[in-house]
Design a binder for this molecule. Structure first.
Ligand SMILES: [Zn+2]
Length: 314
């Protein structure tokens, strides 16, 4: 993606070229409409008076680093950005265009994500539906597509509640009345997070939510599973004989801590409640894989106490 300035610089470059060449090219080829979004251009011209190949040749002669390709309408239709524009005898009809590679996949409703994140995609689709000037049929088609997307991702669809009406103005958020001074980011772990963030609703603290179950973290974890015990954090020891659990924390690595429990068991040193349980109940000490479950990996620090307490009382 390169430097953050590359986008604006590319835009300056293109606007400068347009400034120099566009009037001349439009007159020469009798182009009646030129619309550009980033690197996508929509040209409107009368094919009786000009041909696309000669337009293309002139556009490609503008700068050695620019290469244009052209796509012309078929059956009076052309796709531009997220629109299919259809030319009829009297007007232009627009409908929503989706690439052939489009799949219905959005964050599934059952996924452990903040509700706001899950509904963001749906909100976007309805917002687009209601702000694009679609004719009745195209509107209905898109409305059905949205419902299908929701259904395929297990979103609840209430048959007796119609979707938001057209051209509605979205009611301003409650919070806009109080000025937000500070923002706090919470990691969403489940519904419990919402209970906590709701407490701040009528304060001047803005809440944003983030999740740890990103694609990156899913892919990274697989790589790390082999040396999972070489990290620190909060763990649970399960007695293999009676399933009694003991939650603990370590700022060193899990394996070192596990071996301490093991030594306490061997030497009957009473430094481990888990070992004490095994000895008192005559239950057996098993392998790290059978006994130790990593509850949360976290680096050494004060947070470990909080996390440990959370798991003890959860
Ligand atoms: Zn036991």
């Amino acid at each position: 993606m390169g430097a953050p300035t590359s986008g604006p610089i590319a835009e300056f470059f293109l606007q400068n070229l347009e400034h120099i060449h566009l009037t001349h090219l439009s007159n020469r080829h009798k182009i009646t409409g030129y619309l550009r979004y980033v690197d996508d251009v929509l040209l409107i011209y009368d094919s009786n008076h000009t041909d696309i190949q000669s337009i293309l040749d002139d556009f490609n002669a503008m700068h050695p680093n620019l290469k244009f390709t052209a796509e012309t309408e078929t059956n009076n239709k052309i796709n531009y950005l997220d629109l299919t524009i259809q030319r009829t005898a009297t007007c232009w009809k627009t409908s929503i265009y989706r690439k052939p590679t489009f799949t219905d996949t959005i964050i599934p409703y059952s996924s452990n994500h903040p509700t706001q994140h899950k509904y963001a995609a749906i909100k976007f689709l309805y917002n687009r539906l209601n702000t694009y000037n679609l004719q009745e049929n195209e509107y209905k088609t898109e409305e059905n597509t949205i419902r299908n997307i929701m259904q395929n991702n297990d979103f609840p669809i209430h048959p007796y509640h119609p979707p938001p009406p057209r051209q509605t103005t979205i009611a301003p958020d409650e919070r806009t009345t109080t000025t937000i001074q500070k923002w706090a980011t919470f990691t969403y772990v489940g519904k419990e997070t919402t209970f906590i963030t709701n407490l701040f609703k009528k304060t001047d603290l803005g809440i944003t939510l983030r999740t740890n179950n990103t694609i990156q973290s899913l892919l990274m974890q697989k790589q790390q599973t082999s040396d999972i015990y070489s990290q620190s954090g909060v763990y649970k020891l399960m007695c293999p004989d009676c399933n009694k659990a003991y939650v603990g924390q370590t700022g060193r690595n899990f394996e070192v801590r596990f071996n301490e429990h093991k030594n306490a068991f061997k030497t009957n040193s009473h430094t481990s409640n888990f070992a004490k349980h095994l000895i008192e109940q005559a239950h057996l000490f098993s392998s790290i894989q059978n006994t130790m479950q990593i509850l949360q990996r976290h680096s050494k620090g004060a947070h470990l106490n909080t996390i440990e307490r959370y798991y003890i009382y959860a």
